[in-house]
Design a protein around this ligand. Sequence first.
Ligand code: GAP
Length: 443
Amino acid sequence: MAKTVDRMDQIVSLCKRRGFVFQSSEIYGGLGSCWDYGPYGVELKRNLKDFWWKAMTQKRDDVEGLDAAILMHPKVWETSGHVANFTDPMVDCKKCKARFRADQLETARCPEKPSKSPLECGGELTEPRMFNLMFKTFMGPVEDSSAVVYMRPETAQGIYVNFLNVMGPSRQKVPFGIAQIGKAFRNEITPGNFIFRTREFEQMEMQFFIKPSEDDQWFDYWKAERMQFYYDLGINKDKLRYHEHGKDELAHYAKKAFDIEYEFPFGWKELEGIHNRTDFDLSRHTEATGKDLSYFDEKTHEKFIPYIIETSAGCDRTLLVLLVDAYTEEEVKGETRVVLKFSPKIAPVKVAVFPLVNKDGMPELGMKVFHELKEHFKAFYDTSGAVGRRYRRMDEIGTPYCVTIDGQTSQDETVTIRDRDTMEQTRVKIADLVPTIKAKIEG
Ligand code: GAP
């Protein structure tokens, strides 16, 4: 395995070269910790989000979807505790002027060369100051304090304030959940590690409303479900683990929290948080608005403010896990083959079509096959270069199947399917291509 730094460099470079992820505003020198998703990145992200949405809503009858606005009433963030508590301690180095999180000095690196921990570089650090991570902007034409609104730092609050709006029309009864995918913004002091910690990112969150006495049981249920999700995505099980938050780590709203962690090239880090948020959020919103967010159980005649078990995953961070986990280098005939071994279910392009040569009717047949496949899968047609090079390009974007039209195709209406991982080729009838590829993807 390449050294930590090399492996991340290789992934960042592949992402740029093959059109997965680019730095935001690159031609202006880039904007710190904001990233743009290119053609294959956006397909991968869409597949990931669809996979999550399907697992969390479509396959269940107790979770509804929501898409709430990014900008919310500013009082929401006072009530939720974010205005007072969503802060990180920050210090400045008086020598190099860099800014660090005071609680992460050991692992931080200063911008001087050679780069050192700010504890070792000898520069004097300022006293820690609390820094609120929410981005502020103004709503309307007047830029004064009465017009301040926040860019949401989590999608969760949009769900809490819509608890009644969703429960009524969907005729759900507690226990039930609300799922949402959307952008969140945090003015992180030390973003970094590519798309691991950014200032603009997407979350995939689900809030499950339950009877307070059932919180441990539902917490354990969601903890197991969410780990299974990553197994189903094809992530290496040995690189996933739980981490329970100690008392000093718990967020201001949480009674209990477990992270699902992944072993990134830069160490074990949080991928998703599962939190028991108790009745903190609904109670606070009830107090602040006077709107009763309690629930009446018609069977037991109990009235209570539901507890919430939250599952909160980062979309961009999961995408990084997919890239890191899939990245493989293999020696093939004295050359290094780079392959992204994504699960076919989420691969950005499912199938590529290559006419072996640009003559003898092969391009025409290839185009016909391509148009047929496009109706069912994200497909790619490529005629340029030797077929071996075309395979390598597809390996680098993780395309699981390549279909080649050769001399035999016009005689017996068959093509070959080359498997990305085994590199084995099998011959199938064109008429059987779609069901064969579908079965492979689903299998
Ligand atoms: N609503 C709860 C909440 O937001 P969190 O642990 O702060 O909890 C949940 O965030 C997930 O969102 C994290 O596990 C991570 O995957 C993702 N996330 C948080 N901050 C991020 C950042 N700055 N960049 C990318 N992803 C981030």
